[in-house]
Design a protein around this ligand. Sequence first.
Ligand code: BGC
Length: 950
Amino acid sequence: MLELSGIKIEQLVKPVGITSPFRVSWVLESDERDVKQNSYQIRVRRKGAENWSYDSGIVESSSSVYNKVEMTLESLVCYEVHVRAMAKDMETPWYYTEFTSGLQDIREWKGDFITAEPENSARDAEKSYGTLVRRDFCVDGEVKEAYLISTALGLYHIWINGQLASPDEMAPGWTSYHKRLQYQTYEVTDLLEEGQNAIGVMLGAGWYKGMMGYKHCRNLYGDRTAFAGQLLIRYQDGREEVIMTNENWMGSRSAVLFSEIYDGESYDARLEQAGWNCVGFPMRMSSVHSVDTDSAFSGNVVDNPWISGDATEVPAEFRLWKPVEVIEGPIAALVPQRGVSVRQQERLQPKRIFRTPEGDLIIDFGQNMTGWCEFTVRGAKAGDVCELQFFEILDASGNMYTENLRGAMETLRYTCRGSVEETYRPWFSFQGFQYARVNSWAGMNAEEVLREKEAYANKSGSADRLFSLVSASELTGVVVHSDMPVTGAFACSNPLLNQLWHNILWGLKGNSLDIPTDCPQRDERIGWTGDIVAFGRTASYLMDTQEFYGKWLADVAADQNEDGSVPHVVPDILSGHMEGDWLLETGFQGGATGWGDVAIVLPWIQYLTYGDLDAVRRQIPSMKKWIAYLESYADGCVYVHGPQFGDWLALDAKPGSYHGATSDEFTGGAYFCHVTRLLANMLHYIGEEEESAVYMKKYRALKEDFCRRFLREDGRLTEDTQTAYVLALTFHLTWQRTRPALARRLVELVRESDGHLTTGFLGTPRIARALSDYGYWKEAYDLLLKEDFPSWLYQVKSGATTVWEHWDGMRPDGSLWSADMNSFNHYAYGSIGEWMFRTIAGIEAQEETPGYEHFRIEPRIGGGLKEACGEYESVRGKIRVRWEVLEDGQGPTKCVKIGLEFRIPANTAAEVVLWDADQVLEADGLTFEWREDGLHAEAGSGSYRVVYQM
Ligand code: BGC
């Protein structure tokens, strides 16, 4: 049997917004062994057309990914793609998928940027209220198809005839808006009706103009939100019509009184204008442009977004409409959305609702997560307020703990309209949380809630009205992140390791909301580059990060400074906004070792994982700029310039410091060597041999300098820290013969720390690898399996459901690390996931054959595990490895017998290494040969089961 599955266009399933040329990939499936594709054929036509617009003919090639189709595409057209492939003497049937093209030329963009926010109103610029823009239009005939392309300055949701036109959240996403602003493409044929129609858009501040960064700056990209878009209608009779944004649209205020990324949202359902996004909505016209919130409500929206809620009258001004204003927008920066969009992914039910000792009523969702709580209340009175305040952990006494959120209020406030049933979810905000405190609820105001809380704490009241009200409502934890499929699964006989894997995965879910973030809860949630350097490889096993990171890397290149330095965060919202910051105030906003290096490290990870050479080529200019920048400030290999974070949060830091003991000179030198080599490698793999040779030469000189400075005659490093040895070993910075001694010293250092690690952001991701690569696999397992502080399993045993920022975020005595930097959902230390996958499950990419075209299966049996299983959905199909200890050496034969099953996808092959084996008992048709580290065999595609003795 020979089949195709998972046909993708530009690595996405049935994508929209595709431009020419595009690439087609598929997975070849077969139940036979040793299947290699020998040819394929691709045909493309307009959906439903008779004639093919493109036919590749039979192409003799084994390539099943990134096959380029060079054809002219028309804008906003749905195309069918048909594929078949041949292998051995078999042929697949024709398989079919489709995609929708985006604008092929940005000059086709006709929509103006329109705003309903007043101009030059400093006061409004400081506010994050929501606006509406709408218009009615006529559909004059039978519609064949209709496409909407749209974007916003700020965030938007769009309705046609009262129905949401897209399931996307937080669109248009976060990019370096002035340089790259994504537009979305939606097919909306089914939403249109012949005759009158209405389109309505709700806008919010978001990353664009809301408060961002721990210096709490506003209006980072602009001070007025705006929407731009156009709706293309194709009629059955061949006519085409475009409805676009222009001065004929009308604007008003929405029921969103306040909405911010960090602080949450305040929504007054009494201000909803029923039917505003439907046909025939009677707009009441205003002669003034803005509505004055302050006169309508007591309190100031900026200083106190959680306005007191005692407004009984709905201000009439909210319901007035006025023509929108057309403003200048970054049309030249428009790019079709390439990556995956943000979507609601999972719905969690509360685990329990309970009172803390202090008397707060808490909803526990049982999982530290990113998203929001959606709730439904019934029978509320108009003006009743439901307010939830979100947070991550309970303190040692079991009470609500919010200090680690710093300036983020993480609060949702919903004022009821007073109908039989009302449901709310925030529109322009998200929270990082496991718990929510109920500050007030429909049927009980804040004072009553407080009184009940006090009565509970003083044990003077027994009735629990709030509990009954909240329990009678529907509460759902909605998990929100970029729509990346999970690609990696890991399970083994140790439940603690399985929980660790779960926590690592949830760290990724929680920190992938359109951009890779450091944390999802406190007043940061920004694209700290170093966190991705640490975690990127693990992330790319866990989920399909190809498009997600591809999009973000485009912003890395876009925001890279003139001199080549890479900003500390991308999109760069820190430059120019760090006055008064103890570390970053120097005015120099980029170039940190292990952070800026993301410009090279992440494309390398992507190269290994997906083998997409075009993606590598796109980043080469940015990579070269980074190296040139390092060169301009380095003395030999030593690069230290501007603020450095070093081995951030390492436990060998001086008291009171976040900066680990390994010097900046050492880490700067190590990374400079490492990334120069990676660039040389990538240039080689894309066929730029001459340039590769240039960088290889630079690398050799750097490495020589590194050894001269940091390698001592007695075989030790000048810096006797775990991280120094880890970097030198895993970056291969010293000559081969010197490495065993370095590895021995690393083992000693771990022992000296009572078997624990002392590493931070730079050392932790690689410490287990540094040990296992040099024969200390047992020590690596021991490190992973440590259960006391500091260790991965210490967190697990403390009840963590995500990975913490600090090894000692919560100490054994219940005390907490200082609130100024103590996130409980920070994925950097989850980087051990990579080792678990590569070493325990033994699924290892190879750089000469990236994207798992040829890979290694090399599990290391150990750690007292009885069995382990890893599955990875590669771009070429599912890889699976499972091993089990059949005899553990305790029986009469005294031998250790292992059963190893594996699946190698069709059109790939693998080298199977039975590490430390001395005899194969069942070879399942494979021929093993001896090498120094065990028995090796070359295996073609198929499923196998091998039994061997160690
Ligand atoms: C972030 C980190 C980041 C670091 C840089 C922190 O505030 O949360 O994860 O990499 O700053 O030093």
